[in-house]
Design a protein around this ligand. Structure first.
Ligand SMILES: [Zn+2]
Length: 192
């Protein structure tokens, strides 16, 4: 179980891909863990999110240490932008540049339309991390520049670092589990 009360890599289908990517860094059993901090972990994340990345099953997720470095840089930049949005501030220019530049990568994909239906087709030889960076950063730019940004929140529960979309009126926490922990923490603070 994680702080968001689900298996670590369980997909939250209603969250934009960019928000899901930031959730690869989260608390589990009281400790911060990083799902994508190793090549193996990053490959697992890619496999779990393959359909949302527009990658078919035949694209192997072979990732190495430089890909991890790139993935962590993308996640940090996306977090900077989401932080700036929820805090009403401005992000570091380098983070905005990185996300804008990476997002351009989606232009390398074409929409193919085989019998099974439309799908993204990436050029031969494209690096998996370039697909991940392009899709995550394109998702971030769409989120930041659409009315949906008004729903973005940072979970205020103790030991939670997740962003989430407040899809229900008055939703304060990323998950019922975080709401419960926050209530317990408030209660014990009052009775102390
Ligand atoms: Zn939370």
């Amino acid at each position: 179980m994680t702080t968001h009360g689900k298996d670590t890599l369980e997909i939250r289908p209603l969250e934009p891909l960019a928000v899901e990517f930031t959730s690869s860094w989260h608390y589990e059993a009281g400790a911060l863990i990083d799902e994508i901090g190793t090549p193996h972990g990053l490959a697992r994340w890619v496999d779990a999110y393959r359909p949302r990345l527009g990658m078919d099953a035949s694209t192997p997720a072979e990732l190495g240490a430089p890909d991890v470095t790139a993935a962590l840089a993308v996640r940090e930049a996306v977090r900077d932008l989401l932080d700036a949005l929820v805090d009403g501030g401005r992000p570091p220019a380098a983070s905005l540049d990185l996300v804008t530049e990476r997002a351009r990568g989606v232009q390398r994909a074409a929409v193919g339309w085989p019998e099974a239906g439309p799908r993204l087709e990436w050029p031969d030889g494209v690096r998996v991390m370039d697909i991940v960076g392009a899709q995550v950063c394109a998702s971030a730019t769409r989120l930041l520049t659409s009315p949906r940004r008004g729903l973005l929140r940072r979970c205020p529960a103790p030991s939670c670092v997740l962003f989430f979309s407040a899809l229900r009126t008055g939703q304060q926490w990323c998950s019922p589990a975080c709401g419960n922990r926050a209530r317990v923490a408030r209660h014990s603070a009052r009775t102390r």
